[in-house]
Design a protein around this ligand. Structure first.
Ligand code: ADP
Ligand code: ADP
Length: 237
């Protein structure tokens, strides 16, 4: 079944004269990787932000595992998040948003310990396993300013993963990185894909998109204008 289902999604910013997302519908099956392509301004970022609950929507609905996650509200305010909301979606942004006054380990442990109230010792053990997985075990006590951009993004990925999200959202996570750091972050995302993590990815890295995608969606002016279950053919023509 679909891990994530978007139905007739409409998003319009308050001060805008037209919607930026117009009747978007798609399903992401569990374990699949969706890549969203499209020119700058086509609405890719907005789409991920509505799924993450960072933006209210004006039409349609978003369900996850058959459960209603977000819905348009006439009052225009965000549907209140359910208790388990934070574990449904994990998002990583273009600019790493680590807390500057927390160590690597502190950044990763913050939400599970303070918000989810999980046992501190087991959270720490899991955080260390995640850091091992992304090749940063030796940086657990470093401060964000001591890390490279690529290392910070890998910490940001760990911070999202520790909440066991059903779906991971990646919004141009390598766009702000120096070229030599792009590969180390993309390799982590590829490994996640191979482990069966359901993901929506916005990227300009075409070779990576071709390698990782199960399904490709092309956005233009807030609408899906092309879709393919055969990314190889999609990228080669
Ligand atoms: P993309 O990620 O494809 O570049 P965005 O989702 O960032 O596209 O932007 C889609 C459109 O929505 C653009 O025209 C952009 O200027 C507009 N937009 C994005 N964020 C806001 C906002 N907070 N308020 C108003 N308009 C916005
Ligand atoms: P992206 O394409 O990755 O979304 P942008 O540079 O378009 O990046 O947007 C950066 C930030 O500015 C986002 O938080 C977005 O919501 C906001 N933004 C973009 N366009 C507008 C706009 N027309 N009005 C207000 N905020 C905007």
């Amino acid at each position: 079944g679909a891990a994530l289902s978007v139905r007739h999604l409409v998003k319009q910013y308050d001060n805008a004269s037209a919607p930026v997302l117009n009747d978007i519908s798609f399903d992401v099956p569990a374990g699949q990787v969706f890549v969203i392509l499209g020119p700058s301004g086509s609405g890719k970022s907005t789409l991920l932000r509505t799924i993450a609950g960072l933006e209210p929507i004006q039409g349609g609905e978003i369900t996850m595992g058959g459960e209603l996650l977000r819905q348009a509200q006439s009052a225009g305010k965000l549907r209140s998040a359910s208790a388990s909301d934070s574990t449904k979606v994990g998002m990583v942004f273009q600019s790493y948003d680590l807390f500057p006054n927390k160590t690597v380990l502190g950044n990763i442990m913050l939400a599970p310990v303070l918000v989810q109230k999980r046992d501190k010792a087991s959270v720490q053990a899991e955080a260390l396993r995640l850091l091992e997985r992304v090749g940063l075990a030796d940086r657990k006590d470093a401060w964000p300013h001591e890390l490279s951009g690529g290392q910070r993004q890998r910490v940001a990925i760990c911070r999202a993963l520790i909440e066991h999200p059903q779906v991971m959202l990646f919004d141009e996570v390598t766009a702000a990185l120096d070229p030599e750091m792009v590969r180390e972050v993309l390799d982590v995302i590829l490994e996640l894909a191979n482990s069966g993590q359901t993901m929506l990815i916005v990227t300009h890295e075409m070779a990576f998109a071709r390698a990782v995608a199960d399904h490709v969606v092309l956005l233009a002016n807030g609408s899906i204008v092309e879709e393919s279950d055969h990314p190889q053919e999609f990228f080669d023509h």
